[in-house]
Design a protein around this ligand. Sequence first.
Ligand SMILES: [Zn+2]
Length: 113
Amino acid sequence: MHEFGVTKSLVDLCNQEAKKNRIEKVHKIHLRVGRFTGFSPDSIQFYFEHLKVNTRCSAAYIVFEEVPIKILCNDCQKISEIEEPVLLCPNCGSDEIDLISGREFSVTSIEGE
Ligand SMILES: [Zn+2]
């Protein structure tokens, strides 16, 4: 359910940006979503369909760019891409790791007229 809040913020942000850039009708929203956020694109899409009504985004759709989870191991210095947010190095099993990517949640661009 936490997608409702972020989708609400997303719609607000896009409407502000559209207003600033004098876009009356947003067509496309490019959204980067890191896998570590746990946000499901399907859920975001679902809430978006409801929240966009009667806004500048009413005819818009979201283009998702999913960002994989990447970690850097401080023990063996290996960078790994992992599927699950289990923060262990798949190479040596160390938990001395830094998250390099996967936390992204940002609008990279909006298109419209
Ligand atoms: Zn390692």
